[in-house]
Design a protein around this ligand. Structure first.
Ligand code: URA
Length: 429
């Protein structure tokens, strides 16, 4: 029997008492947890100590590195073109990855976008794309490489080989009230992104009611931590802090978000979705050495749409096929005339989830045609009786619970309140 070099209780108590965990002890803790030697109870206790006491920049770097070392590390060095990825901390109506990946790839940059499924009120990119008949999320590493080489953009499921320690730790944090620790969120996100092997990364860190971080100061702290981690690991990283207090765009769901993304790729679509797509594309292309790329021309001229069509076809999807349509709809109208002053992202996200667009457990299936289509946004003038939004579901029994979630979620008043810019800050190393 081999002798373990450290003792989990000592590591836990060192952090509990506000100490800095030495590099070798921290690496051992992550490795021993992955091997099953450190128990779930001990790791959860350590996670709580981190939540309460925090970690120094160097500890976060070691934690990230240890999680990367728990699995495979991909490399796109042989592609012969720069690679750049985007990660969003998630929000309501956030479909930006869909138009963004082909847009950036239309400039000859490779975009390896490993994505996930939705859980809770934030949607998952793979769920949205699976609305497209035939489209396949699971690709082998070789298929991913070939698609990046031929098409330039790939959005697919992250394989189980990337940072398996994070997978176990994240599941544990989820059930022990320790998700919110910034060092743990940062190391969790960045371990997967660094292991993926991208040269550069742009982070869309959201704040506001529909975001993971409600408060801009915490969002900034998370962004700064992740930018430092990426930079220390040789991945050129920048972050935008973006407002997620109002749903993004007019579509919340899956198939309807694909429809809206295609509108953006055709040069149209809601102004906020286009603004964020363009802002993130500029950041990504600047990191890839193309600071002057005319991003708007690639949307308006159809180049980004050409890459979209090729990207969907490469994964067996039919970009021209009809998308699923809902069986039942319910329209909510304005009870008075005036200006929409407020539309809270979180209740709209919860309502879309209750309509079937999201899942409560990882094994649940989503209903691709379920969701919400907004007909007005804050600042718009509406007349009494005018449609404000439409709920869609496969079963009208779902409408009551969705409407419960939306109680008090919007307001019609005399004048629009001042909303700040969508992109609030830019964080660089
Ligand atoms: N997303 C992740 O991948 N990890 C976290 O800890 C939080 C969000």
């Amino acid at each position: 029997m081999s002798v373990e070099p450290f003792d989990a209780v000592q590591v836990i108590t060192a952090k509990r008492d506000g100490g800095v965990v030495p590099e070798d002890a921290l690496r051992w803790m992550v490795d021993a947890f992955t091997r099953g030697y450190v128990s779930d109870a001990q790791m959860a206790s350590f996670a709580m100590a981190v939540l309460q006491r925090g970690m120094e920049r160097d500890e976060i770097r070691v934690m990230t590195d240890a999680m990367i070392a728990s699995g495979e590390r991909m490399s796109f060095a042989k592609l012969g073109k720069p690679t750049v990825d985007k990660h969003s901390t998630g929000g309501v109506g956030d479909k930006i990855t869909l138009p963004l990946a082909p847009l950036v790839a239309s400039f000859g940059v490779a975009v390896p976008q490993l994505s996930g499924r939705g859980l809770g009120h934030t949607g998952g990119t793979l769920d949205k794309l699976e609305s497209i008949p035939g489209w396949r999320a699971a690709l082998s590493n070789q298929e991913m490489f070939d698609q990046l080489s031929d098409v330039g953009a790939v959005i697919c499921a992250a394989g189980s080989g990337l940072a398996p320690a994070d997978k176990r730790l994240y599941a544990l944090r989820d059930v022990t009230g320790t998700v919110e620790a910034i060092p743990l969120i940062a190391s969790s996100i960045m371990s997967k992104k660094i292991a993926e092997g991208t040269d550069a990364l742009v982070l869309d860190v959201k704040f506001g009611s529909g975001a993971f971080m409600k408060d801009i100061d915490r969002a900034r702290e998370l962004a700064e931590t992740m930018v430092a981690l990426g930079t220390d690991s040789g991945v050129a990283t920048t972050a935008l802090l973006t407002d997620m207090s109002v749903p993004l765009g007019l579509a919340i769901g899956n198939a309807n978000e694909v429809r809206e993304s295609v509108e953006i790729l055709a040069g149209g679509g809601p102004a906020d979705v286009r603004e964020l797509t363009v802002a993130l594309a500029r950041e990504m292309l600047a990191l890839a050495g193309l600071p002057d790329a005319d991003v708007e021309a690639a949307l308006d001229g159809g180049q980004a749409m050409d890459v979209w069509n090729a990207m969907i076809r490469a994964q067996d999807g039919d970009p021209d096929a009809a998308l699923p349509v809902p069986r039942e709809t319910h329209v909510v109208t304005a009870s008075s005339s005036g200006v929409v002053t407020r539309m809270e992202a979180l209740p709209f996200g919860i309502a879309a989830w209750r309509l079937g667009a999201g899942r409560a457990r990882a094994e649940d299936l989503v209903v691709h045609a379920a969701g919400i289509d907004l007909h007005a946004k804050p600042g718009d003038r509406v007349e009494a009786g005018q449609a404000l939004f439409t709920l869609s579901a496969d079963d009208d029994a779902r409408f009551d619970r969705a409407l419960d979630a939306l109680e008090g979620a919007w307001e019609i008043g005399d004048a629009a309140s001042d909303v700040g810019p969508l992109v609030r800050e830019r964080i660089t190393a």
